[in-house]
Ligand binder design. Sequence first.
Ligand SMILES: *Cc1c(COP(=O)(O)O)cnc(C)c1O
Length: 398
Amino acid sequence: MIKPAIAGGIPIRNKFLVFGQPMVFQEEIKEVLETLRSGWWGTGPKTKLLEKKFCHYKNCRYAVALNSCTAALHLALNVLGIGPDDEVITTPLTFAATANVIIHCGAKPVFADINKKTWNIDPWEIEKKITKKTKAIIPVHLHGRPCQMDQIIKLAKKYKLFIVEDAAHAVEAKYKGKKIGSIGHFTAFSFYATKNMATGEGGMLTTNNKNWAEQARIRSLHGISKDAWKRYSSAGFQAYEVLYPGFKYNMMDLQAAIGIPQLTRLEKNFSLRKKYWQIYQSELANIKQIILPQPEEPQTRHARHLFAILIKPEMLKINRNQFVQALIAENIGSGIHFMALHLQKYYKNTFGYKKGDYPNAEFVSERILSLPLSPQMTVEEVKQVINAVKKIIQYYQR
Ligand SMILES: *Cc1c(COP(=O)(O)O)cnc(C)c1O
């Protein structure tokens, strides 16, 4: 038996494989330099161009470029009028931002458990949590897998609820022929450095409602009247009015300059990640100590943002966190997406959530581990990760 590096063996790699490193090409560098030299760094023509291209890519009517997905989620709830005494339902298996923004609106986050197979929010669990106070649902397309939107839309219609999709992982995703970003009332995307399309920090909010789009735009820049970013441009002095106590959530052209070539490369990168995903699936298929992701629904495209497996601790001598450490010793970075939010200190203490409240989310949360999946990787590196996983499992199996 080969010893894993953590037990004194030789690491699979010499150099550390960083999890989720962004890809940069000459086009991004050129665009950024051009923008730097143009003297227009803030929101401007590049941001407008990115919005236009994103709308085209997404088949949606309006896209508002912002400085994060968190900002996009918050703004969407704000524009929809979510406030104190309201409840918003979301999944406990998500990043903190998804639920934090509900609290920023003064509303209460209510979790609904996930489906144990898809790891996404379970529509039947959502229905159990709906009360007179429920105003919206935030489905999260976890790892890039679209939620069961047909069922969620049915619920939203039946109970008159808004749908704000957290598509931070799902920029390339499609659901039954429709692109994610053209389905719910609002959809929020992330361009954070580790995401499929990256601008460092950045995000996009899409909608098909003209009035909401206009409100989102106004409120994203202090709440001052439309196109206020032009106030210093050659268009000349434009008097503005404060229409709402807005936020500072606008994207700047320096970020959009990185985003424009990234958007062009999106589909190509997606194909590469899909290929790596399939290698992981087939090479890890017969290992009984782990659970692999399920196939997606028919006519649905998983965005392949994260390839996560579940580690069965009952069949190993190490737990998931020790598994992460063992991978680090092999010089391989991995991630945990995510630790169940209802058991995080603030949520536990504030809302009284406890262990056992969301058994499926807890089951996954304790076992989940994301292996590196990036177009930056080579097939060779994917194979190294697979060998490391196999080596660790063989050594620590019960
Ligand atoms: C990354 C992420 C966010 C937040 O995105 P930012 O652009 O960093 O604000 C929200 N939800 C999920 C599920 C994420 O993974």
